[in-house]
Design a protein around this ligand. Structure first.
Ligand SMILES: *[C@@H]1O[C@H](CO)[C@@H](O)[C@H](O)[C@H]1NC(C)=O
Length: 455
């Protein structure tokens, strides 16, 4: 048995030596092929504008190269950031509608789609839930966890995004009282969104807490904020024929500036419905709409021939009211068509929304109408049929806008790969073990008030 084994052994040995030489040759050829492939990839990157090249700068490297000398500026046909042309590809994600644990994930998904900015409103009623009690993420209000707006804006910068903020202070946004604190209603004669003294005094107090937080986050101070909005669709207030309170807009501008806000200021309205109402001379006017991009943007250009076009709210979908039969949606085709026509015009754009999220607590707003049921409360979901679902998952709209942005973006920068889809799980059922009727609840509140007063 021994020699047999030897023989087979040596035979195997010599065959394996021959194989080894063959392997070497194959290895050598493979290396060459690999090298040629890598070289050809490099050429491809430069020729085909691929955004995957390893040598591309980040957005911040590109726009801050050689130091920051200027913020966002308007030339007749283009925006410039730090003296370099920029088309703003922005998406709205409200920090107060997304659990903070997911902020980075949602922002990265926006950046991964090729967008260069995120836009957010700032809700006054969450940040000053009780008169003179402020909460910017470290307070005691129920929503405190969601309120670290500074952290959110810094996270956006870490994710290589610029930021557009809309402190307004009225935000509309399908948000309770449009972001106005309910306690404003305790002042007899107070007129919200006007130059009425009591209201202005409260805005001044709020701004004195908010603006210093935003001041150091401005682009020219090394932060990510490139622009600030004044009010919100203020022109719509004149729909009932009332005079426009221009003094109020002037006050807001001066108050922002008092705190060292130096980046570009803008207003946003619908050009066809409101024409130039809601705007302020010297402040960029932007447009809100869902359809007719050429008509809207041409009119905007007629109002301000020396300024570039910007759509502050291109509605990617719509919100829902209780009792409506189904979720409002817009088709991917209609969505893509208008987005492409906006960019072709050419204009910059902010998708309202990129990711809607959730109306937590009882912070959903409502609309009123003449017909029954008159009061239309918004539902808890703010999915908005946006490119990312309420859960933060990708949709066909996501891939469509990623494709369109890549087509119109002339500035090639490094983008991250798309984050993986999150794992979903179901909570175990919870059984209700008790209940209180309305009077029992009232009794408890009274007891609690008495206890508070005793302290
Ligand atoms: C910047 O934009 C303007 C207006 O569209 C254009 O004329 C100019 O060529 C652009 N500059 C660069 C460097 O792309």
């Amino acid at each position: 048995m021994g020699p047999m084994i030897d023989k087979i052994g040596s035979c195997a040995y010599s065959r394996s030596r021959a194989n080894f030489r063959l392997y070497l040759v194959i290895l050598f050829l493979s290396c060459w092929l690999l090298l040629l492939y890598v070289l050809s990839l490099g050429t491809d990157t430069r020729n085909s504008k691929s955004t995957k090249g390893m040598d591309l700068p980040t957005l911040y490297e590109y726009y801050t190269e050689g130091g920051i000398t200027a913020g966002l500026e308007t030339l007749p046909d283009t925006f410039q950031l730090n003296k370099k042309n920029i088309t703003i590809f922005s998406g709205a994600i409200h920090y107060f509608r997304v659990h903070p644990d997911y902020w980075r994930d949602r922002l990265r998904k926006l950046r991964a789609a090729g967008f260069n900015a995120v836009e957010t409103y700032i809700p006054w009623n969450l940040h000053e839930p009780e008169r003179d009690k402020y909460d910017f993420g470290h307070g005691s209000s129920d929503m405190s966890l969601f309120l670290d707006v500074v952290k959110y804006i810094k996270t956006a910068q870490e994710e290589d995004l610029l930021v557009l903020v809309r402190p307004s202070p009225y935000i509309c946004a399908e948000w309770d009282f449009g972001g106005m604190p309910s306690w404003l209603l305790q002042y007899p004669g107070l007129r919200v969104r006007s130059s009425e003294t009591q209201y202005v005094d409260r805005v001044k107090k709020y701004n004195s807490r908010l603006m210093p937080l935003l001041e150091s986050l401005q682009f020219t101070k090394g932060g990510p904020i490139i622009a600030f909005q004044l009010e919100n669709e203020y022109g719509a207030l004149t729909e009932d024929g009332s005079e426009e309170d221009v003094d109020y807009l002037k006050f807001l501008k001066e108050d922002y500036e008092k705190y060292g806000i130096v980046e570009l200021l803008y207003t946003s309205d619908n050009p066809i419905s409101h024409e130039e109402r809601g705007s302020l001379p010297g402040v960029l006017q932007t447009a809100n709409f869902q359809i007719n991009p050429e008509d809207e943007l041409s009119l905007l250009k007629k109002f301000q021939p020396d300024k570039p076009g910007m759509v502050m709210e291109y509605w990617s979908g719509w919100f829902d009211h209780w009792f409506e039969k189904q979720h409002h949606t817009t088709s991917v085709e209609a969505f893509s068509d208008v987005l492409e026509r906006i960019l072709k015009f050419p204009a910059s754009v902010n998708l309202y929304m990129f990711h809607g999220g959730t109306n937590f607590g009882f912070h959903n707003g409502a609309n009123i109408q003449d017909e029954f049921p008159h009061y239309l409360a918004d539902v808890t979901s703010y999915d908005y049929d946006a490119p990312l679902t309420e859960t933060g998952d990708y949709t066909n709209k996501y891939y469509a806008c990623k494709h369109i942005v890549a087509k119109y973006n002339k500035v090639l920068t490094k983008v991250p790969s798309s984050p993986v889809v999150s794992k979903k799980m179901a909570y175990k059922p919870i059984s209700v073990t008790g209940q209180l009727n309305f009077n029992q609840i009232i009794d408890r509140i009274v007891m609690w008030l008495v206890c508070e007063a005793d302290h």
